[in-house]
Design a protein around this ligand. Structure first.
Ligand code: ZN
Length: 128
């Protein structure tokens, strides 16, 4: 599936959950509809360290996802080595959110950990 962007409401949700989880991390998988990332599967009980968040993602059952999202407790939003291993396995789009969890404190990476553009789209999210 070609990803054209992320729904604004979904990004806001990610930022809000990241902020309310801090200093614990949260992690989840991204799902897309019609090429727009509009749904997140949040991992229950994500532990406090980056490594744990990533390991929990590895243990997820085989859910179809277009990528992953996780938060970092500080402002550093560069992928760690563990993050990169995860990116290679869970899809093409990977969002890392860092403090202070506003609209400028996130970045999207590709499966190799290279920064990639992810337009934020104003779309109506349909009812499930
Ligand atoms: Zn990380």
């Amino acid at each position: 599936m070609k990803i054209i962007g992320i729904a604004h409401a979904t990004l806001e949700f990610i930022l809000k959950v990241s902020e309310s989880s801090a200093p614990q991390e949260f992690a989840g998988l991204l799902r897309a509809e019609k090429g727009i990332i509009s749904d997140i599967i949040i991992l229950p009980g994500t532990e406090s360290s980056d490594r744990n968040a990533v390991i929990k993602l590895f243990m997820m059952p085989n859910i179809s996802s277009v990528g992953s999202v996780h938060s970092h407790p500080g402002p550093n939003i560069k992928p760690s080595k563990a993050d990169l291993r995860l990116f290679g396995k869970t899809g093409s789009h990977h969002i890392i959110v860092g403090a202070p969890y506003d609209e400028n404190s996130w970045q999207c990476y590709d499966a190799d950990g290279q920064v990639q553009e992810l337009p934020v789209l104003e779309v109506e999210l349909g009812e499930e």
